[in-house]
Write a protein that binds this ligand. Sequence first.
Ligand code: CA
Length: 320
Amino acid sequence: MVTYKKETQIIALLCAILPIACENFKVREHSLIRPFQGVGVILPHWDFLGNTMVTSNYIRLTPDMQSKSGALWNYSPVMSRNWEVHVSFKVHGKGTELFGDGFAIWYTKERMKTGPVFGSKDHFSGLAIILDTYSNHNGPHNHQHPYLSAMVNNGTWSYDHDRDGTHTQLAGCEVRFRNVDYETLISIRYENDILSVSTDLENKNEWKNCFVVNNVELPTGYYLGMSATTGDLSDNHDILGFKFYSVDSSDTHEQIMSRTNIIPNAKTFEPPREHKDDPKPGMSNAKIFFILLFGMVAAVGAAIFGVSYFKDRNSRKRFY
Ligand SMILES: [Ca+2]
């Protein structure tokens, strides 16, 4: 494996000598293009962990089995000020009503850290684009699942699964990408502090806007990754391609380099929603049925007892 320092030195040297070659190099070093080589041995520019399985046509972050977790991490820091990534994926499984949990695309300070947020570390620093297939939320929801959302974190916030991250998201949109025959795609563009996310989920070969958020500050030098997890519910979470594009910037080399010190932040959040505790579980239909049944049996029993008692009294009266 090439070390971080050596890698950045190579990029800097290449960019100084041949800017065009530098762009091509950046594209390749952050991309994953089929056929994936190595079949479980080596994936150029990427590391994988957990239950991730590499085949020549797809990389399976989790199989459609319970309690699995996998991740893929690029091992070169992104030194472009502006960039765009296109991720081609397929989420599919046996479940028709119940399935989960989803996957996330990361641009973070740390890499290869497993944890509870779709297989990766909570309290992360950076950007998470989350494709959540399972609705954990019990309270009032303002969207359906699968749901696509963005979260920017400076390392202090926790992703709240019970609320499907709705209290920390920058923006989101409903998406339908499960169990289709074709490849589905997501585009994440980060240009001049504007984060734009679009999808191509209907095999139309055109991008549909999901959201655009202004004033999102992310540093250079973070890592790209993807991770997925299953719990009681499961799905195959497959990555079919990852293409990175470096987008032109008017910033000088010094300005770009100085961005390594930025602490991730976003000035525009969705209006925060009140954090309510889940309502206490109500009476189930089965419970209500048995209470009614018991009531009826008791009433019938009392009636029978009453009738026989009076009958008894009456018949006794006749003897006296
Ligand atoms: Ca969820």
